[in-house]
Design a protein around this ligand. Structure first.
Ligand SMILES: [Zn+2]
Length: 200
């Protein structure tokens, strides 16, 4: 399992399509390893379990490609949104921003998302892991965003101090904050004020 370095303490394991498995973020804190999304490829927990350091996982949302490995990983604690908790049946529910100091300041925050209810993100320094939260959803077989949720999401994202957003399944993975917010604002501007959903 290849770990790709982002900074001295921050790494990720690239997403795969077969099996469908999300990007896995890894931060080496002073006390804990922080894992953002545990993926679904079984080689991920196999390699993480070999690391002696205690591990905490942050699960972006309930989809299997992001949390499928949860029961195979040896974890101290798991942080997730209320809707994800319904599926995972374990861990600490994140209802408002939580901060940790583990070598760097870590912020875990609720993230309004059309893609998945109960999404959360994790910000460490210049980097914010967003999972799939910026993606659309499907309704009646059509791709769409919920207009009011998208507006809330843009507001939360703008307040983040990170310069880079880490977008799961994206070919580049590490994207400029401004570029992502620009894309979401462009979608929001296409809304019909009489409609709850933005069809794209
Ligand atoms: Zn995904």
């Amino acid at each position: 399992m290849e770990k790709i370095r982002i900074t001295e303490r921050l790494f990720y394991i690239k997403a795969s399509k077969n099996p469908l498995s999300a990007d896995v973020g890894i931060f080496e804190g002073d006390e804990f390893m922080w894992i953002f999304d545990i993926g679904a490829d079984e080689s991920v927990p196999m390699s993480l379990n070999k690391i002696q350091k205690p591990k905490n996982a942050v699960i972006s949302h309930f989809h299997p490609d992001h949390m499928g490995n949860l029961e195979h990983a040896e974890l101290n604690n798991t942080y997730l949104g209320a809707n994800t908790f319904k599926y995972a049946k374990r861990g600490t529910v994140v209802e408002s921003d939580i901060f940790f100091d583990d070598g760097e300041r870590i912020r875990i925050f609720p993230l309004p998302s059309s893609h998945a209810k109960g999404s959360i993100g994790m910000e460490i320094g210049d980097y914010a892991f967003l999972g799939d939260a910026t993606y659309s959803t499907m309704k009646q077989g059509r791709v769409c965003y919920n207009a009011s949720v998208l507006k809330e999401e843009i507001t939360v994202l703008k307040k983040l101090s990170a310069k880079f957003f880490l977008i799961s399944h994206d070919e580049k993975f590490i994207r400029q904050k401004e570029e992502i917010i620009g894309e979401l604002e462009e979608i929001y501007n296409k809304r019909d004020p009489k409609e709850s959903f933005i069809w794209i």
